[in-house]
Design a protein around this ligand. Structure first.
Ligand code: SF4
Length: 342
């Protein structure tokens, strides 16, 4: 080992619900502050202890209800109050969702995520989503949904429909949250996550970096995530995609190597989680994506679009993974690359 191990502090008792217990923020920050090579080395060690280091999970995301959202998330083009050119649409019919799911499966996706721009789903909308979950699952795909906050009894209905994962991001550190969103608070997010956990649905929960937060606040986000008991099974790490018309457009972008550090910290603090490279991958280029895989990312969104912002074309992903000698969870990438490579 080329660096000293982080010293763990015994948690103070009694422990408040959102105060880190296993990873004090200062210890997470100490990881961020390591020399880059030491950080990546540690992340690789953890990654290899827990996963096939050359395997990546492919997930596909479909927006089943786009735009017109009443919330004011400062990064989001789907908020009705921002003029971003996104047109509000009604919930997609079941047959369109199933056609997209079949297409995703044929391109190697193992998980199909359905996203809706709601503050929270109305019961009549939830019924439609339940049907989508049942039918997508019947195609042999894992299912994930991101529908906003869940009220009493709604997580149970999704569980009964067979939902595998629920995505609900914490977005950023608690102390930075009000800079980004004012229409809900951190505790609202934690409440929904608790409901999801409570019924036995797996949790997909991460955040966005590059929103003007400090390194300490990035460490604060990671501490929130890794101190959940248990921590999320999936951790999407998004790099802000700046969309004209949103309040965060024009924010100083994060240094790409700081993004890689964030991925490495996620891997070290949540050893068994799928760490997912999510929004912002297109802007990273191959070299930074390769560093992210080295840092322990092992899941990507795959396909042409991430809700309303672009995603690298599926073929470009195949080329990159082949260059890196990586394979997908069900080896679909290898098979397709053999067919498509010249
Ligand atoms: S991130 Fe979700 S909740 Fe926030 S404005 Fe966009 S669609 Fe609405």
């Amino acid at each position: 080992m080329s660096s000293q191990p982080i010293t763990f502090q015994a948690p103070a008792a009694p422990v408040a619900p959102i105060v880190p217990t296993k990873w004090p923020v200062e210890d997470v920050l100490a990881l961020f502050n390591l020399p880059f090579n030491d950080l990546l080395y540690r992340a690789q060690l953890v990654h290899r202890e827990n996963f096939d280091a050359n395997e990546v999970e492919l997930a596909t995301l479909l927006s089943i209800k786009t735009g017109g959202c009443p919330e004011d998330c400062g990064y989001c083009p789907q908020a009705a109050r921002y003029d971003t050119g996104v047109t509000a649409q009604k919930i997609l019919p079941l047959d369109e969702v199933l056609a997209a799911a079949r297409e995703a499966k044929s391109h190697g996706a193992t998980r199909f995520c359905m996203g809706a721009a709601w503050r929270e789903p109305k019961d009549r909308d939830l019924e439609k989503v339940e049907e989508m979950v049942r039918e997508v699952k019947a195609l042999g795909l894992e299912t994930c949904a991101t529908l906003g906050m869940l009220g009493e009894g709604q997580a149970e209905k999704l569980k009964d429909a067979g939902l595998d994962y629920y995505n609900h991001n914490l977005d950023t550190a608690p102390e930075f949250y009000s800079n980004i969103i004012s229409t809900r608070d951190y505790q609202n997010r934690l409440d929904t996550l608790e409901r999801v956990r409570g019924v036995g649905i797996k949790v997909c929960c991460g955040g966005i970096v590059g929103m003007g937060e400090s390194r300490l606040q990035r460490a604060g986000l990671m501490a929130q995530l890794c101190n959940m008991d248990p921590y999320p099974e999936s951790v999407p790490v998004n790099n802000l995609v700046q969309v004209e018309g949103t309040p965060l457009h024009g924010t100083e972008p994060i240094d790409p190597l700081e993004f890689v550090r964030t991925v490495a910290v996620a891997r070290i603090t949540m050893p068994k989680a799928r760490v997912r490279l999510s929004a912002g991958r297109r802007e990273m280029g191959e070299a930074i994506q390769a560093l992210c895989f080295l840092a322990g990312a092992n899941s990507i969104f795959y396909g042409d679009k991430l809700l309303t912002t672009g995603n690298p074309e599926a073929d470009a992903d195949q080329v990159l993974l082949k260059k890196l000698g990586m394979h997908s969870r069900n080896n679909a990438i290898d098979a397709r690359c053999e067919v498509t490579s010249s």
